[in-house]
Design a protein around this ligand. Structure first.
Ligand SMILES: [Mg+2]
Length: 259
């Protein structure tokens, strides 16, 4: 039975309610590993940090390859589309070293992110491990976590280096992630703002939560018509939310109530 106290942030019906659960039972009661994307998930897309990274990637390419700004920008976008990250294209086609690139492009001002003490409390109250899974660098993740005030709440960061530079949504690094950290995917949930990044997670048996944003990057295909994004159109998206701190507080409350 759904009640009128269901969280407003959940815009789709809860996907699974196991028989015998109390009405207030949480769909996350079986979860022991909480996997969070970083950018535009742990902090709102409105912080627009990617705009800074985007500019720095273009500048790095222009300098490293001796291109003018327009040509560098075109190459950046071409490689992003073709390889999932600009870095992967630069490594494969130009022998660019990933370490200096990642340090440079993530050397950004994160002051647009506001500290989130309530979210830190919710994370601390969640049973099990919390892991960051990002196509960015560990250094960037640590920078963002420090600013949010949640650095102590995460057990590990699985970054693009750990993924051997194969970005989400390629299925390979998801397997690496679960092997390296001994994760049972049927007891894990992945929280992500880019819908297509949830498809390999769901295929492995993870629960999935889409953080909806206004960014076209959230969509499985930026050219897709609105109906392609309806709840039934993305079978690998089980839950949809808009406010991560509010959702976490609700999950913690539901888990406590179902004990
Ligand atoms: Mg993201």
């Amino acid at each position: 039975m759904m009640t009128d106290t269901a969280p407003l942030t959940v815009t789709a019906p809860l996907a699974v309610t196991a028989a015998g659960h109390a009405p207030m039972g949480s769909p996350f009661a079986h979860i022991d590993t909480w996997i969070f994307d970083l950018d535009n998930t742990l902090y709102p897309a409105a912080c627009n940090l990617f705009a800074q990274v985007d500019v720095r990637i273009g500048a790095y390419i222009a300098e490293a390859l001796g291109l003018d700004a327009d040509a560098a920008k075109r190459l950046q976008k071409d490689y992003f589309r073709q390889y999932g990250t600009s870095l992967r294209g630069l490594m494969l086609n130009h022998g660019v070293q990933p370490g200096p690139f990642l340090d440079y492009v993530h050397d950004i001002d994160v002051s647009a992110i506001l500290p989130q003490p309530a979210m830190a409390e919710s994370l601390a109250a969640l049973p099990g491990r919390k892991i960051i899974y990002t196509n960015g660098s560990k250094g960037h993740a640590e920078n963002v976590m420090r600013r949010l005030g949640v650095a102590d709440q995460f057990h590990a960061v699985f970054d693009i280096v750990a993924a051997d530079f194969t970005p989400k949504p390629d299925a390979l690094p998801y397997t690496t992630l679960i092997q390296r950290h001994g994760i049972d995917p049927t007891r894990a949930v992945m929280v992500e703002d880019i819908a297509r990044n949830l498809e390999p997670a769901r295929a492995l048996g993870m629960a999935t939560v889409l953080v909806e944003t206004d960014s076209p990057f959230s969509l499985p295909n930026p050219d897709a018509p609105p109906e392609a994004l309806s709840p039934g159109a993305l079978p690998y998206v089980q839950h949809r939310i808009t406010d991560v701190p509010a959702w976490l507080a609700q999950v913690v409350a539901d888990l406590a109530a179902s004990k």
